[in-house]
Design a protein around this ligand. Structure first.
Ligand code: SF4
Ligand code: SF4
Length: 90
């Protein structure tokens, strides 16, 4: 049986996560979530470039938010040139 890996809740206060975030679902730290107006979005990828985590992906046609990893920092909303991302309370 594979050894159970610790989750983000197992990391002590001021602890350091020494493995890549993709091995842990860290989105439960978030208090706000990005919500995009798809009509207004120009698919410029600015949010994808600026997201400090790997929470925004590009499939060649559109972007997608992965809320398993989004921390709700709001950088994507701040940097979006057409302001089509709103940060909404969880
Ligand atoms: S920065 Fe704004 S306009 Fe550009 S892809 Fe992201 S959400 Fe769309
Ligand atoms: S809120 Fe922060 S972590 Fe979440 S998608 Fe936007 S930039 Fe990335």
């Amino acid at each position: 049986m594979p050894e159970k890996q610790p989750g983000s809740k197992d990391i002590p206060p001021a602890g350091v996560c020494w493995k890549p975030a993709k091995e842990y679902k860290t989105g439960d730290w978030r208090s706000k979530r990005p919500v995009r107006d798809e009509e207004k979005c120009t698919r410029c990828l600015t949010c994808w470039i600026f997201c400090p985590d790997a929470a925004i992906s590009w499939d060649g046609k559109d972007i997608h938010f992965d809320l398993n990893y989004c921390k709700g920092c709001g950088i994507c909303a701040e940097e979006c040139p057409v302001k089509c991302i709103e940060m909404e309370d969880e």
